[in-house]
Design a protein around this ligand. Structure first.
Ligand SMILES: Cc1cc2nc3c(=O)[nH]c(=O)nc-3n(C[C@H](O)[C@H](O)[C@H](O)COP(=O)(O)OP(=O)(O)OC[C@H]3O[C@@H](n4cnc5c(N)ncnc54)[C@H](O)[C@@H]3O)c2cc1C
Length: 336
């Protein structure tokens, strides 16, 4: 992906990315996911998931870690979630104590993608000495420092290439130069990144579902049962028509959100809705793809069962659907 220019679609050209506007990046991701038929397209977003580093990291950190990430030479993960703090990320308990010219990191991160494969991770931890209300601060943590233990989890429903797991930090000494931006600003930095990534992820889920939808429409037009093609059964044809319309509607909504974000709009609530809407439409479609391909649809001879398992993560990762709707509801009724 690095060699082919797929990493850093919207990263500014000054940093080595392609500098594309968000709607264009979204369209490319949609087509990448559709033509490959896999949410592996998400890997293209890894620099976007690390934009806190690009935007707030020191020039040395950007040179050392962000540019190699764009070239596909180094993998940088993100670690927010903890065993007792997931949706409620503000409850995180990992601590980075300031001691002289370094920090000492203690805590445990969980559910993280690339638990074993990441060369470094953007880790969110509380700095008790910061004086800021939450003290939550972003750090770039090379994953081979003494005191780090990485445990890959026993297995996932889908997207197994992420090899997720837990990372324990026990008295890890981290030079102060690895801090990203100011103490206590971690969550403020990550907010706009999360908004953009939710909208771009929507494009990927819709692309994967569109691949299966096309294959299913084709299949039911040919597959004979009871003397006629499956498409002649309303119980088969109507859901597929509905799915096609839902995928289109979700894509139009997503395009609108991406355009508004590109124009500088806030978009936090609408991007949250876009991810929920797209995941919902995509999962419905993929479920029908499995169903209407019958026994083979359920098997790994065909790609639909894997696509279903992969896209299923979309209702949990980068904000569970319920949490995203709660966010949008707060914005609608109380403006917060
Ligand atoms: C494929 C995948 C990749 C991931 N990669 C990473 C990563 O790289 N780094 C990282 O830090 N994390 C990662 N995560 C973790 C992910 O961000 C968390 O799983 C997610 O934030 C939910 O947190 P939790 O698992 O603790 O669930 P909980 O917070 O325990 O919530 C469980 C469920 O309860 C419901 N719920 C929670 N809060 C509310 C609410 N307020 N209202 C209504 N319902 C609610 C939702 O259905 C939610 O799914 C990944 C997860 C997946 C599935």
């Amino acid at each position: 992906m690095g060699e082919a220019g797929w990493l850093g679609l919207r990263t500014p050209t000054a940093l080595g990315g392609r500098g594309l506007p968000l709607p264009r990046a979204g369209a490319l991701l949609f087509h990448l996911a559709r033509h490959t038929g896999t949410s592996f397209a998400k890997l293209s977003l890894q620099p976007e998931f690390s934009s806190v580093l690009a935007e707030h990291g020191s020039p040395e950190l950007v040179e050392e870690w962000f540019r190699p990430l764009l070239r596909g030479e180094r993998l940088v993960g993100n670690q927010v979630t903890e065993p007792a703090a997931g949706s409620d990320a503000g409850a995180l308990a990992t601590v980075a104590r300031r001691v002289g010219d370094h920090y000492v990191l203690d805590g445990e991160k969980s559910e993280a993608a690339f638990a074993r494969d990441a060369d470094a991770a953007i880790v969110y931890a509380r700095v008790p000495e910061s004086g800021a209300k939450s003290g939550i601060t972003a750090f770039l943590v090379p994953q081979d420092l003494p005191g780090i233990t990485r445990v890959v989890s026993s297995g996932d429903l889908g997207e197994r290439w992420m090899r997720r797991g837990s990372i324990r930090y026990a008295g890890v000494e981290l030079p102060a130069r690895y801090r990203i931006g100011a103490e206590g600003e971690g969550f403020r930095y990550v907010k706009s990144e999360l908004t953009r990534e939710r909208a771009l992820l929507s494009a990927i889920y819709l692309g994967v579902a569109r691949a299966s939808w096309g294959e299913t429409v084709d299949h039911v037009g040919h597959r004979m049962a009871f003397g006629r093609p499956l498409s002649a059964q309303e119980a088969v044809a109507f859901p597929l028509l509905e799915d096609g319309a839902r995928l289109d509607a979700a894509w139009l909504y997503t395009e609108r959100v991406l355009a508004a974000l590109e124009a500088g709009g806030d978009g936090e609530a609408t991007a949250a809705i876009a991810k929920w809407l797209s995941t919902d439409a995509a999962l419905r479609t993929l479920d029908h793809a499995v169903q209407f391909h019958g026994g083979r649809g359920y098997s790994s001879d065909l790609p639909h069962e894997q696509r279903y398992r992969d896209v299923r993560s979309g209702s949990i990762a980068h904000g569970p659907s319920e949490v995203l709707l709660a966010l949008a509801a707060r914005r609608m009724w109380s403006g917060r």
